[in-house]
Design a protein around this ligand. Structure first.
Ligand SMILES: *Cc1c(COP(=O)(O)O)cnc(C)c1O
Length: 488
């Protein structure tokens, strides 16, 4: 493991520490403009501590830094509910085509027909995949797609003067963005319990669904990685009560080409292009979370959608649009990547994605369940939720296992989510990993379990090979050091 070693070297040798007076990475050409006098002394800093380094030092420093990150291009990344699949490089090449990359969002439609055609065809493809034909690509993230979808639900009820519908029913296993989006959309959140097999508790749902129900938000497959066997009954219960059914389709990896949300009774959904449709994510963006709705709800979609008349494409505002949810038309570069991905795979390819994602997750689950408890012991979809309850009895928590995995060059699974599973380790291998990689993960997980039996301290004090050990992760996210700071 050289990575850790490298980082320790760098730690001692930040760019500033490599500085030597007079050294430079550039040679400036002779000035061809008249010299100007500097502003008053009082406006100038006397000492600006900038590193003086050669170009080679700069390149080495930043190249080494770039290798210190985990990324899907360097390491297995089984982060559940995040779908860290390989991002084909052709997607980036297409997004970088000058005709796309140099567009300005204020250009008139006549000048951007190619880009609008791409958006139109992406709308069509997402409508096909989900069975919900009304599509707006505007939302900039999954959570914004949820927010837009919930505003659509509210607009629908308002149009029917059905003003008592103010409740969003949300299962206890839901992603945190669901109740947050519902609250932002002005709805009151009521939690629906799960039953012992991890499904929606249908009897409880029947009790809760009434004339106050605006919408039921369901993640499918659930965040336990499970398909909802009584989904048709579930959507019917809500419709009978006069509510709408929302699908959180952030992760559609298990459904692509196999089942369509619209056919299952959903009225609204969003999907994360930056998960299911292979565009890079992590580090906070950019993302894209298009919102898809039934024909009936299309008139409420956010502004704009792309329409086609004859051969001409245009940005249009749906008749009863909830309005704009951001400045322009969505994360265009991400739309190009997702479009490329869909076109490259085609319908059969997308179906193969789902089949392989499901097989891979079930393979891991079947090979690890003798060592780790399962949240629910049944076939999973694209991800499996393990629980480190046995290991916790030996003094080692899920967090420790996740940290120890880093020593083996594997990114941590999602931890402690869903909230209803004790010591949850949510593993999503995705379809793009080889059997050899999955086997190595299984071997490493078994080895860590052996270590817990023989030398638990080794695991609880992990990671050992990385430049930094346990971090204050909340502070790292909220108060990051983004600039060189003197050690004094
Ligand atoms: C990732 C995810 C979201 C949120 O998507 P963002 O783009 O991060 O806003 C919502 N629901 C589920 C199930 C997710 O996995």
């Amino acid at each position: 493991m050289t990575t850790g070693q490298n980082l320790r070297d760098i730690d001692r040798q930040l760019l500033m520490d490599r500085s030597a007076p007079g050294r430079s990475a550039i040679s400036m050409p002779a000035s061809d403009v008249p010299e100007q006098s500097l502003p008053k002394d009082s406006l100038l800093r006397q000492e600006v501590p900038l590193p003086e380094v050669s170009q080679l030092e700069v390149i080495r420093y930043f190249s080494l830094l770039s290798q210190l990150n985990f990324s899907i291009d360097t390491n297995f990344y089984p982060l559940g509910s995040c779908t860290m699949k390989y991002n084909p490089k052709i997607n980036d090449s297409m997004a970088a085509l000058p005709g796309f990359a140099n567009l300005h969002p204020n250009q008139p439609d006549e000048q951007t027909q190619g880009a609008l055609q791409l958006m139109y065809e992406l709308q069509e493809a997402l409508g096909d995949v989900t069975g919900l034909p009304g599509v707006s690509l505007a939302p900039l993230a999954g959570a914004q797609g949820e927010y837009a979808g919930l505003l659509i639900a509210r607009a629908f009820h308002a149009a029917n003067s059905d003003n008592a519908r103010t409740v969003a029913l949300i299962p206890d296993s839901a992603h945190g963005t669901n109740p947050a989006s519902a609250a932002m959309a002005g709805l009151e959140v009521v939690t629906v319990p799960s039953d012992a097999s991890g499904n929606v508790d249908v009897d409880a749902l029947r009790e809760l669904a009434d004339e106050r129900t605006a919408v039921f938000m369901l993640t499918l497959p659930s965040t336990l990685g499970l398909f909802e066997p009584s989904i048709l009954e579930v959507t019917q219960i809500i419709h009978d009560a006069g509510g709408l059914v929302y699908a959180d389709g952030a992760n559609l990896n298990a459904l692509l080409g196999i089942a369509r949300l619209g056919d299952l009774g959903f009225d609204i959904c969003h999907s994360n292009l930056h998960k299911t449709f292979s565009t890079p994510h992590g580090g906070g963006g950019p993302g894209s979370g298009p919102v898809m709705v039934s024909e009936e709800l299309s008139r409420f979609l956010p502004d704009p959608i792309v329409s086609k008349e004859g051969d001409a494409y245009s940005l249009t505002r749906p008749e009863h649009s909830i309005g704009k949810i951001n400045g322009f038309h969505g994360s265009f570069g991400i739309l190009v990547r997702a479009y490329t991905y869909i076109r490259a795979l085609g319908g059969d390819g997308l179906k193969a994605v789902a089949e392989n994602a499901i097989i891979n997750a079930n393979y891991l689950q079947s090979q690890l369940k003798d060592r780790f408890d399962l949240a629910v012991d049944r076939y999973c979809m694209h991800e499996t939720v393990l629980s480190a309850t046995q290991q916790k009895k030996k003094g080692v928590k899920g967090l420790d296992i996740a940290k120890r995995l880093l020593d083996y060059g594997i990114h941590a699974p999602t931890m402690y989510f869903p909230l209803i599973v004790e010591e949850a380790l949510m593993v999503e291998p995705t379809e793009t990993e080889s059997k050899e990689t999955l086997d190595r993960f299984i071997e490493v997980m078994r080895q860590i379990d052996d270590e817990i039996a023989s030398d638990p301290d080794l695991v609880t004090s992990a990671p050992h090979t990385l430049p930094v050990t346990r971090l204050d992760e909340a502070a790292a996210a909220r108060k990051p050091y983004l600039r060189w700071q003197s050690h004094e």
